[in-house]
Design a protein around this ligand. Sequence first.
Ligand code: NA7
Length: 536
Amino acid sequence: MADSVGRLDMLVVGAGFAGIYQLYKAREMGLSVRVLEAGDGVGGTWFWNRYPGARCDVESLDYSYSFSRELEEEWVWSERYAPQAEILRYIEHVVDRFGLRDGIQLNARVASAVFDDERLLWTVRTEAGDVLECTYLVMATGGLSIPQRPQLPGLESFQGRWYHSAQWPKEGVDFTGQRVALIGTGSSGVQMVPVIAEQAAQLTVFQRTANFSVPAHNVPFTETALAAAKARYPDRRAMGREAITGQFLNANTKTAAEMTEEEQRAELEYRWRGAGGGFRMLRTFADQMSNLDTNRMVADYARNRIRGVVKDPVKAELLCPKDDLPFGGKRLCVDSHYYETFNREHVDIVDAAAHPIIEATARGVRTDEREHEVDAIVFATGFDAMSGALKAIDIRGARGARLSDKWAHGPTSYLGLGIAGFPNMFVVAGPGSPSVLSNMVHSIETHVDWIARLLQQARAAGVRRIEATQEAEDGWVRRCAEEADKTLYPRANSWYMGANIAGKPRVFMAFVAGVPLYRRIIEDVAARNYQGFEMA
Ligand code: NA7
């Protein structure tokens, strides 16, 4: 394909859940469209994150497309939380079932996208040298697609093998008999620990910050259970749409103060036992993410649970998140036997805050205290989240303005969908929308459907240029910040805040006030003839 110049109505960057549904939708609208995907397969997050134990921590019945009733009916989820390989199979199935494969160009990492304001076209270049032009550019690049690894001096001299959770070898890794260092205890690390511990001769977990993790209570689906759940699917989806995170959640509508101590306790126990999935623990009380005392009650409960599982009191205290981290302030982890694993003789935890890792050596990793000899190092150190993938592409809008300059102080957008100065470009489930605080598949469908309606109406009206106004964007940025400030989220040094990347601006990047309110806002904007967008 190199050197070919093709002109299309729409180019979509990324073939994960978002890009695939965008392709389906654009074809339904009769647009000429192509998806450019960096990987050599489809699936996005589920293509790259193949680490041991990788699975979705939103229940699969919710974390799946809802646009096709037939698809919902025919796909058989094997477990409550599907493992990575199964989700990838599902995505592949969707691509084949809806005949989308010929619309996806693999091994096509987009290097730049430049808008020509005279011809009203985007010119998109891939790293391999392909050049394509399109009227509409849809960025479906994902919130967690630029892996981060600490710059560890000496890594090149390490005699063993090292891996990053999001760049896992396709053929897998056999840790049998090995001594393994695992760095990072976010969702990826927490999922990996029990699985690697099964194989490794010795597992040393380097923890810089203890985060909260709740038990997944994952179970295989029996045929009857799945059939019963599917019989109620329309209701489940409807409840998901009205739930703050866009998934069937069973949120408690009462604040802690509206309940007796006994009721509070019962609510906590009920949710911890797994009634309703991990994230329902985030909605034990209506004011849990805005009232510090309520949040502390949940945090204390979770800490006591950890102490109840981990037998060694020193390990247990280390694993208990500190009081300055609100429960859910960093993304909640959902685990299968994470804490129990630390009761195994060959699994240890190192306090990497007290004793930071300073270098890799030929034989392992060295903290400021001592050298740990290992055969393999696993980095579960996260991503340049939310804005990273967009900033990694040289995007230049009207008058040559660069997105990376515009976003130097943090990502800004109107509704998370459009960016002033970047006409005819749309972002799916990116910063400024509920995105990572929600069931991503639900938020993706909401965005893609909204963009489709906008384009249908614009095309019918002969509109050729759609751009968010600066005023509308400024208003939205203020609104997002105001909503975040009403909550406890900004108190945590989370990747939601950009705090995991040195030098990254500290801005709360998601719209925190929930999926139903967000949807009402964007539907209202549409009903007002796309107020805040300049259409010409
Ligand atoms: P996360 O959640 O960003 O976790 C990364 C972890 O790596 C976190 O515990 C970090 O500690 C730790 N980290 C990062 N750099 C270092 C260094 N230099 N030394 C020690 N520890 C370090 O990434 P995940 O991949 O687990 O999860 C990302 C999302 O994927 C997740 O939230 C779900 O949405 C799915 P820190 O907390 O910064 O002190």
